[in-house]
Design a protein around this ligand. Structure first.
Ligand code: AMP
Length: 249
């Protein structure tokens, strides 16, 4: 059973993101980039499936610039077997990524595609769902736990206020949530081994996909700065402020 894991190169989650002065986007110059944290969880889950003998091959795919091959290398160092880099310098929207992934799925025929629930740069939360729709496959989103059978998968999902378990027939798409597992750090020997693992280089046109954007970003702004708090002297004053200033009681 093959498992396909899409991995996106995004701004590292520790970086304080700065909006460009002209508000057209965020500043990417000299900013540390890393694998989308949810995708680390997907890779970990896929590698665990391989270690348990349930998956035979784990393929990591990234759509992005040449440097996205580093993101694929990270997946290979964690235990994925080979990579596919679909090279483009364009900012690729979820629908275009889903179309490219569909074409790769048609070629590779995996039984399971594991994506992150969202990319932390665009927060779209769309790619996995769109891919499932394009393929006509079942999907289990926001996965908290996976039990993989031969012909189906039980996926426990994180939903508001609780968990829901769904049973999906394979092949299927799963998108992962934060608590599914704790991704491993790649060991030095595995980083070295990963250098020898193959990464195929492709272009969106090889899959017949036009990545021209369908959306136009009008404006990007910083979140509003939090105002300083005030100290109140009495409970009566607190109640007065809650009632007459904040309007919450
Ligand atoms: P999004 O729909 O943009 O929030 O992304 C959800 C998931 O889709 C990510 O966690 C990745 O697994 C996958 N994905 C999105 N964009 C890309 C990309 N450019 N390359 C590879 N995987 C991607």
């Amino acid at each position: 059973m093959k498992v396909l894991v899409p991995v996106k190169r995004v701004i590292d989650y520790n970086v304080k993101v700065r909006v460009k002065a002209d508000q057209t986007g965020v500043d990417l110059a000299n900013v540390k980039m890393s694998m989308n944290p949810f995708d680390e969880i997907s890779v970990e889950e896929a590698v665990r499936l391989k270690e348990k003998g349930k998956a035979t091959e784990v393929i990591a795919v990234s759509v992005g610039p040449q440097q996205a091959s580093e993101t694929i290398r990270t997946a290979l160092a964690m235990g994925a077997d080979r990579g596919i880099l679909v090279k483009t310098d364009a900012e690729v929207e979820p629908l275009a990524v889903a179309k490219i992934l569909k074409a790769i799925v048609d070629e590779e025929k995996p039984s399971l595609v594991i994506t992150g629930k969202q990319a932390i740069d665009d927060d779209s939360n769309q790619t996995g769902q769109m891919l499932a729709a394009l393929l006509g496959w079942p999907q289990g989103t926001f996965a908290h736990k996976l039990e993989l059978g031969d012909a189906d998968a039980k996926i426990e999902r994180e939903i508001d206020g609780g968990l829901q378990t769904v049973d999906v027939k394979l092949p299927a798409v799963m998108t992962v949530d934060l608590r599914l597992n704790e991704p491993r750090y790649a060991s030095l020997p595995n980083i070295m081994k990963a250098k020898k693992k193959p990464i195929a280089e492709k272009a969106p046109a090889d899959y017949g996909v036009d990545v021209a954007p369908k959306l136009k970003t009008l404006k990007v702004t910083e979140p509003e700065k939090r105002k300083a708090g005030v100290k109140v002297k009495t409970v009566a004053e607190l109640l007065d402020k809650l009632k007459n200033e904040a309007g919450v009681i």
